[in-house]
Design a protein around this ligand. Structure first.
Ligand code: PMP
Length: 291
C-alpha cells in the first residue's frame, strides 16, 4: 500500500485560529517544540462522522499542555468547535484527528517561558484495514529494553511528545526482530503498557490491568473498564510482575489507534483464548457506532 506522505496531502488544517491549506500548515525549523520537545498532542477517532470522546481528549490536551507549562491561547470550546469543523471540512466518515500544541520560535534556549504556544488540529480518513478474523489472530510482542520512567523523572501523566522517544526506539527494535510491538516494563520492573496503547489480561475470568501510576490512563482503557463493570466482569488494577503473564488466558491492547487488539504472544507467554475479548470488542463497537 502506497501511503501519501503527510506533508503532501490535500485539504485544510486548523492552525492558530485559522483554517489554512494543508500544505501551508508549516513551522520554522527553529522552533522550541522540535528542539526541546516542548510539545503535547492527542489522537482521536471519528466513527461514522461522529467524534468519539472529543471532550475527554481535548481536556487531556489542555491538561497535558498545563503539565508542560504551555498555555494554549484558545478556550476548550474554541478547540472543540474547530475540531468539529475540520472533520466536516475534510469530509471524514471514519478517520483520525491529530491535535498538537507546541512552543514557538521566539526563543531558542532551554528557558523559553515567554515564547508563544501554538496549536493545530489535522484530520484524515482512516478506515479499518483488517478484517475481524485477522484482528482476532492477535499480535506478537516482545519486551523492550527501555523502561517507562518514574513520575519523578518525566511528566508521565501528560501525552508529551518527549515521552515517545523510547516508544519509537522500542517499536523499531521489536519490528526489526519480526514482532508487531513491544511490551514496556516500568522503572520498578512491573508491566506498564505497549508503545502506544494500554494492556489488559484475562485470568480466571477476571480482567486485570496494570495500575496507571506512571503511564497514560488511556481513554480507551477507561472505556473498556466501564464496559467490563457493566457486564459484571471483575476488574483489578494492580502492579504486575512479568511472571504474572504465565497462566493468563487472554491478553489485549487498548488505545484510540489500536481500539481493542488481541495479543497472540509476549516473548515465551502465549494467549490463545478469545472468549472475553470477543465480548468486549462487540460492546466497544456498539458503543463507538452509537454515539
Ligand atoms: N499509552 C500510550 C503511550 C499511548 O500513546 C496511548 C494512545 N494515546 C495510550 C496509552 C492509550 O490512550 P487512549 O486510549 O487515550 O488513546
Amino acid at each position: 500500500m502506497q501511503l501519501i506522505p503527510f506533508d503532501k496531502r490535500d485539504g485544510f488544517i486548523w492552525m492558530n485560529g485559522k483554517f489554512c491549506d494543508w500544505g501551508q500548515a508549516k513551522v520554522h525549523i527553529l522552533n522550541h517544540g522540535l528542539h526541546y520537545a516542548s510539545s503535547v498532542f492527542e489522537g482521536i477517532r471519528v466513527y461514522n462522522k461522529k467524534i468519539f470522546k472529543l471532550d475527554d481528549h481535548i481536556q487531556r490536551l489542555i491538561d497535558s499542555a498545563n503539565i508542560l507549562d504551555l498555555s494554549i491561547p484558545f478556550t476548550k470550546e474554541q478547540i472543540i468547535e474547530s475540531t468539529i469543523e475540520i472533520v466536516k471540512k475534510q469530509e471524514i466518515i471514519n478517520g483520525y484527528i491529530r491535535p498538537i500544541v507546541w512552543r514557538g520560535s521566539e526563543m531558542m534556549a532551554i528557558s523559553a517561558k515567554n515564547a508563544t504556544t501554538n496549536i493545530a488540529v489535522a484530520a484524515w480518513a482512516w478506515p479499518s484495514y483488517f478484517s475481524p478474523e485477522q484482528i482476532l489472530k492477535g499480535i506478537r510482542m516482545t519486551t523492550s529494553e527501555w523502561s517507562r520512567p518514574s513520575p519523578k523523572s518525566a511528566p508521565t501523566d501528560s501525552k508529551a511528545a518527549g515521552l515517545y522517544m523510547i516508544c519509537s526506539l522500542s517499536k523499531h527494535k521489536a519490528e526489526s526482530k519480526g514482532f508487531d510491538d513491544a511490551l514496556m516494563l516500568d522503572y520498578r520492573g512491573y508491566i506498564a503498557e505497549a508503545t502506544g496503547a494500554n494492556i489488559f489480561f484475562i485470568k480466571e475470568k477476571k480482567l486485570i490491568t496494570p495500575k496507571a501510576d506512571c503511564f497514560l490512563n488511556g481513554i480507551t482503557r477507561q472505556t473498556v473498564i466501564e464496559i467490563a463493570k457493566k457486564l459484571d466482569i471483575t476488574v483489578e488494577e494492580k502492579h504486575l510482575e512479568p511472571i504474572f503473564m504465565k497462566n493468563c488466558d487472554e491478553a489485549f491492547l487498548t488505545g484510540t489507534a489500536v481500539e481493542i487488539t488481541p495479543i497472540q504472544s509476549i516473548d515465551e507467554y502465549s494467549f490463545k483464548n478469545r472468549t472475553i475479548i470477543k465480548i468486549l470488542m462487540k460492546e466497544f463497537q456498539n458503543l463507538v457506532n452509537n454515539i
